[in-house]
Design a protein around this ligand. Structure first.
Ligand code: DGL
Length: 269
């Protein structure tokens, strides 16, 4: 039976991403609401999503979500992936009766808070080419110069960082460099428009050519999730369960990293 938003003390909430980036959103949700049965699902079999063509991505997310919703019967699902949210939310909402909370580039608050009116959107190549992203810029950033920076490598580098496989300073610095404009006024705000990027935030700060505000929408997404759920009930028991579409068991470094997000033991199916 589908978990019910209205009646369940411990509603099941599914948090979905192509890989490990959605953990940065899961962390905020679990800090805000202790009563949720959280399930983390990563489509690591086809990671990264940022390089997929639109039709292939829609078909893939749609079929994986069908399977996940049938398996876990969540009361609500979070698409903790900008690359997927900016394309697939209408399809998912048309197919399933549960609420979906998406993750889209935080262009509005970034432009509103920028003093130099120079902002960058650091994302995957998929997210930067979306009509959805362009529409956000037109609607909310008409008074800003916006640099759209689509990196094919940062999400894989963030995964390597979390898996303890190493991502060098040189590799990271090269990917973030185009987000820094100096045309007399300097970029002062960078939108982290891929959920993987907050995993590298400390390294971004250390490697940035000058200090900027980094906008991570994860806390706002968690508040949106909480607003759709019944008031806080009894804390949920047990660890967060995790599902990896590849079926591969995580190595020791990743298992330790997952533990730091409250995920243990890992259910790899
Ligand atoms: N975490 C995803 C996002 O927020 C993308 C990573 C990928 O390319 O799969 O866009």
């Amino acid at each position: 039976m589908q978990d019910s938003l209205a009646t369940s003390v411990n509603p099941t909430v599914l948090v979905f991403d192509s890989g490990l980036g959605g953990l940065t959103v899961l962390r905020e949700i679990s800090a805000l609401r202790r009563n949720l049965k959280l399930v983390y699902a990563a489509d690591d079999a086809v990671f990264p999503y940022g390089r997929l063509e639109d039709d292939a991505l829609i078909a893939r997310v749609s079929s994986v979500m069908d399977e996940l919703i049938a398996r876990y019967r969540p009361a609500l699902a979070v698409i903790a992936c900008n690359t997927a949210s900016t394309l697939t939310l209408p399809v998912l909402r048309a197919k399933h009766a549960i609420p979906f909370v998406g993750t889209v580039p935080a262009i509005k608050p970034a432009c509103a808070q920028s003093k130099t009116k120079r902002i960058s959107v650091l994302a995957t190549p998929g997210t930067v080419k979306r009509d959805y992203t362009r529409a956000l810029i037109e609607e909310f950033a008409s008074d800003c110069v916006v640099d759209l920076v689509g990196s094919p490598w940062l999400a894989p580098l963030a995964e390597a960082h979390l898996r303890g496989e190493g991502a060098t300073d040189e590799e990271i610095a090269k990917e973030i460099a185009p987000a820094f404009r100096d045309d007399g006024a300097k970029t002062d705000t960078v939108v982290l428009a891929c959920t993987h990027y907050p995993l590298l935030l400390e390294r971004f700060k250390a490697l940035a050519p000058w200090p900027v505000a980094w906008i991570d929408p994860a806390a706002a997404i968690a508040r949106r999730v909480a607003s759709l759920l019944p008031p806080q009930g009894q804390p949920a028991k047990g660890p967060v369960s995790a599902y990896f579409t590849s079926g591969k068991a995580p190595g020791p470094a990743l298992a330790a990293a997952l533990q730091s997000f409250g995920i243990e033991p890992v259910t790899a199916i």
